[in-house]
Structures are given as structure tokens and as C-alpha cells.
Design a protein around this ligand. Structure first.
Ligand code: GDG
Length: 465
């Protein structure tokens, strides 16, 4: 399979379908933000998407699903352990999120990261037509741009980082810092979620490689190439969510959720991957204290926390799960009543319709990460509030806070500050909520995910000119 446009990401947007005996029988599309962003450009350019389909099956053949052309790239057990769980999620993820957890540095993880990046770059080199474009995604593949550049100097190469890029002081801990920077500089355009991340990277390049130019966010390399560095804040399929949220079935389900919760006056909602960057523990503690202090009562409020299982093989995530289990047990044991838990904790994932129903059912959405590249949940909540009601409590440290300025912004490290914001949002009058929500809906609807992809692709097209 070959194409003018190749998307290379860690994961393919599919899951394996298996029969009762566990043997694979086919593939099922797993819709997510990135697919809805890239689908229109992939279709328009008859492009292909390369990535790992999950699991350890080897030598899988390219296939089509819903008209999208996909090329599966395999990983074996050791590669999953060292490249994906190890270097990507045990080293880079915590390092790039302000060292919220301690990054682990292991030389064998790095060697496997390099090996997998090289193989993915070779696959992209084979898949792209002469003079074509390759768009590489995220922290698992930061070495691909330079490997690919060496193999195919004729290509346009774009790279987008979905997670934060840390300040130089933290990045410098990485024993392989030079290789990562050189890897990224193989691209013509390097995109980040927010200007602060783009500036962190530019500063790092100046410091580490002594490269740069008079112009901000442009790096001139000794080989004559010019690399552009800029921010492209990712977004969501606004109209898709807004329409879904207005369907009868979603509204009926939202009403049913509220009634199953005992029709409380206020439903608080948190919805995150179970990840230590998301600040779930601190937000539940803050809510618990408000109940203890009698400022909120279990008779008229409940906190629904959905925690989607994530990276369950990584030790730090197992520990977090135990801590949250214990906290929720203690809070409900101490503060709950019969049929009136303080926290309704759901460790599971839901279909998109159920997510939309939860967003519709929630009066106060609580998104309090310690650090987050963007945070799409915040934008999805806004898209689902077509009546301009509902309140969003949002961490200053989520990329989304730059756009959603009318949210109740909080510092997630400041428990008292969070408590005050929860109370403010809880007690805010409908007019105030509506004023804020209206403004946020305007912002998200005017920068949706298709515009994000178009903007990046247009800038990539113009690089080198
Ligand atoms: C990374 C960056 C950046 C969640 N639970 C369910 C479910 N979800 C969907 C949400 C949302 C997505 O998963 C989560 O996106 P976030 O942006 O909130 O967070 P990360 O997973 O950490 O994403 C982040 C993002 O990449 C994009 O660039 O914003 O900063 O960390 O779309 O709706 N979807 C379904 N069931 C669930 O139970 N169907």
C-alpha cells in the first residue's frame, strides 16, 4: 500500500474482534478524537494510517475499514514492555508532565525505543509516494522524523506532540536528550498544543545545539534545512458531540442517570483515564472535605467519577488505583448514607453515547489535571451543553485553560482553592453559568478538530518555501 499522505501514530484506530474461543476474526473501528480529526484529510487524499493495532500478532496484512486504509505494524512482548510501557509510559510520560511521578531511566528501554522508532520509520519510508507527506504523532515516535529524513529526503515530514513539552530544566534530566531533539528536528514542522510548549522546545534547541535564528520559533540547521515550530491547540468534533447530545436517546438516558442517582440537586462529574497526571485523588479529597464540613450534603449532591482503566501493567498506575480505591471506600464509609454515596466511582469505559449522557447529566464538570497537553473532556462537556447551562471547573495546568478562560480555573495543588471553586460553581446562579458557558461554546465551535488538522496540514505544505 502506498499513498501521498501517510499518518504514523503509535496506535491504529481499531480493536481486534475475537470469536468465543478467543481467535481473531476481524477488526472493529475504535472511534476517537484523532480519527475524527484525520478522517477528512485521509479521505480527501486517499491516505493511509500506519500504527500498532495492539496485541502481539505478527505479520498482519494491510486492510480497509469504513473506507480507511490501515497498515498494522507489529510489536512483540519485549517491545511492548520496553518501548511502550517502559520508555514511553515509564520515562517520557512522567518527565513531560512536570515529573508528577518519578521517571525511570533504563538503558534497555531506550535501546528498544530506538529500535521500534527505526522500524516504524522504515515502514513509513516504504509507504509514502515520491514527494509525499508523512505526519508523525506523539511521544512514542520522536525519533521517527530524523530516521525517515535520512531514508527519504524527498518527503515533507510533520510531527505533532499531543502531550506537554517540559521546561528545559526538567528535560535535561533525560540521558538521551540530544538524540530526542535531533530526532524531532528531522521534521519540517513540529507542532505543540500550546505556545509555552513550543517555546520550551525552541529554547532547548538553542541551549543544547546552539541552533536558532533571528525569527522566533524557526530553527535553521547546518544542512540548510529550516524547521518551523508552532502551537496547534487540538480540539474536538464539536458538531458531532453537540448533535449527539441533543438526540432523544441521550437525553432520556441523562434523565435516567439523574433519577438513578436519586435526583440530587447537583451532580458533579469527573471523567478521566486513570492516570496520576489527572489529579483524581486530590479532587475527591477536596469534595470529601466539603461534605465533612457540612458545606455540601450527600442529600443533595453526588460526585460521579469515571476512571477509565489505563496502562495497567505499569507499576505507578497499579499503585494509583489502590490509593483511589481506598480513598473512595473511606469517603463513602464515613460520609455516605443508604442509597446516598458521596462518590459514585466507576472503574470502566463507556460508549460515546453514554459519555454524552453523563455530560448532559452533570451540573458541575471537574477537570483538574496537574498537567495536561490539552484535555478533550473539558471541550466535550462544553459541546454537550447546548442549553448553555452547567459549570466547568478546570485546572490552569491543562492546555485547554488557555482557551476556556470562562471556566472556574483552579490550581490543582491547592486543595482549599479547589474547594472554594467547587462551592462557587455549585452555588453560581444560572445567569452566571450561562454567560460563561455561552462564551466557551463559541470558542470551541470556532476551532474544531477539522480546523486543527487543516491548519497543521496547510502550514506543513508551506514549509520549505
Ligand atoms: C492525550 C493528552 C490531549 C474517556 N473515557 C471514555 C472515553 N474517553 C475519551 C474522552 C476524550 C479522550 O478519551 C480523552 O482525551 P483527553 O484529552 O481528556 O486525555 P488523554 O487520553 O490523556 O489524551 C491530552 C489528547 O491526547 C489529544 O491530543 O488532549 O492532553 O494527554 O475524547 O471522551 N471515550 C469513550 N468511553 C469512555 O469511557 N468512548
Amino acid at each position: 500500500m502506498k499513498a501521498d499522505l501517510v499518518i504514523l501514530a503509535n496506535r491504529l484506530p481499531v480493536d481486534r474482534v475475537r470469536d468465543a474461543a478467543g481467535s481473531p476474526t476481524g477488526w472493529r473501528a475504535s472511534p476517537g478524537g484523532l480519527v475524527s480529526a484525520l478522517e477528512p484529510v485521509l479521505r480527501a487524499k486517499n491516505g493511509i494510517w500506519l500504527g500498532w493495532p495492539g496485541g502481539t500478532e505478527q505479520q498482519l496484512k494491510p486492510f480497509e475499514i469504513d473506507g480507511l486504509r490501515l497498515v498494522p505494524l507489529s510489536m512483540d512482548d519485549i517491545e511492548i514492555e520496553r518501548h511502550y510501557e517502559g520508555f514511553s509510559n515509564g520515562t517520557l510520560w512522567p518527565l513531560y508532565h512536570d515529573v508528577v511521578a518519578k521517571p525511570a531511566f533504563h538503558r534497555e528501554w531506550w535501546e528498544t525505543y530506538e529500535k521500534v522508532n527505526r522500524r516504524f520509520a522504515e515502514a513509513a519510508a516504504k509507504a509514502a509516494n515520491k514527494g509525499g507527506t508523512v505526519w508523525v504523532h506523539d511521544y512514542q515516535l520522536q525519533l521517527v522524523p530524523s530516521f525517515l529524513r535520512k531514508l527519504r529526503p524527498d518527503l515533507k515530514i510533520g510531527f505533532f506532540l499531543h502531550i506537554p513539552f517540559p521546561p528545559t530544566e526538567l528535560f535535561m534530566q533525560l540521558p538521551w536528550r540530544r538524540q530526542i531533539v535531533e530526532g524531532l528536528l528531522g521534521a519540517d514542522l513540529i507542532g505543540f498544543q500550546v505556545p509555552g510548549a513550543a517555546n520550551n522546545f525552541t529554547r532547548l534547541v538553542r541551549q543544547l545545539a546552539g541552533l536558532g535564528s533571528g525569527r522566533q520559533n524557526v530553527v535553521d540547521l547546518p544542512d540548510g534545512r529550516r524547521v518551523k515550530i508552532a502551537a496547534y491547540p487540538i480540539s474536538i468534533d464539536f458538531s458531532g458531540f453537540a448533535e449527539l447530545a441533543e438526540t432523544e436517546s441521550v437525553n432520556a438516558r441523562a434523565a435516567q442517570i439523574r433519577s438513578q442517582l436519586g435526583n440530587p440537586r447537583t451532580v458533579f462529574l469527573g471523567c478521566d483515564r486513570l492516570d496520576y497526571t489527572k489529579g483524581i485523588y486530590a479532587r475527591l479529597r477536596a469534595f470529601g472535605e466539603l461534605i465533612e464540613e457540612g458545606k455540601v450534603s450527600v442529600n443533595d449532591a453526588v460526585f460521579v467519577q469515571v476512571a477509565v482503566p489505563s496502562r495497567e501493567q505499569v507499576e505507578e498506575y497499579q499503585r494509583l488505583r489502590d490509593e483511589i480505591d481506598r480513598l473512595v471506600g473511606r469517603l463513602n464509609g464515613d460520609l455516605g448514607g443508604i442509597g446516598k454515596p458521596a462518590i459514585l466511582y466507576l472503574h470502566t469505559s463507556f460508549p460515546r453515547e453514554e459519555m454524552a449522557a453523563l455530560y448532559r447529566a452533570a451540573d458541575v464538570m471537574v477537570v483538574t489535571p496537574y498537567r495536561d497537553g490539552m484535555n478533550l473532556v473539558a471541550k466535550e462537556y462544553v459541546a454537550c451543553r447546548s442549553e448553555n447551562d452547567g459549570a466547568l471547573v478546570l485546572s490552569e495546568f491543562a492546555g485547554a485553560a488557555r482557551e476556556l478562560k470562562q471556566a472556574w480555573l483552579v490550581n490543582p495543588y491547592d486543595i482549599n482553592g479547589m474547594k472554594a471553586a467547587f462551592l462557587d460553581a455549585y452555588n453560581a446562579d444560572p445567569k452566571e453559568r450561562s454567560r460563561r458557558m455561552r462564551a466557551m461554546r463559541r470558542t470551541v465551535s470556532t476551532n474544531d478538530v477539522v480546523m486543527w488538522a487543516d491548519h497543521f496540514m496547510a502550514d506543513l505544505d508551506h514549509t520549505g518555501r
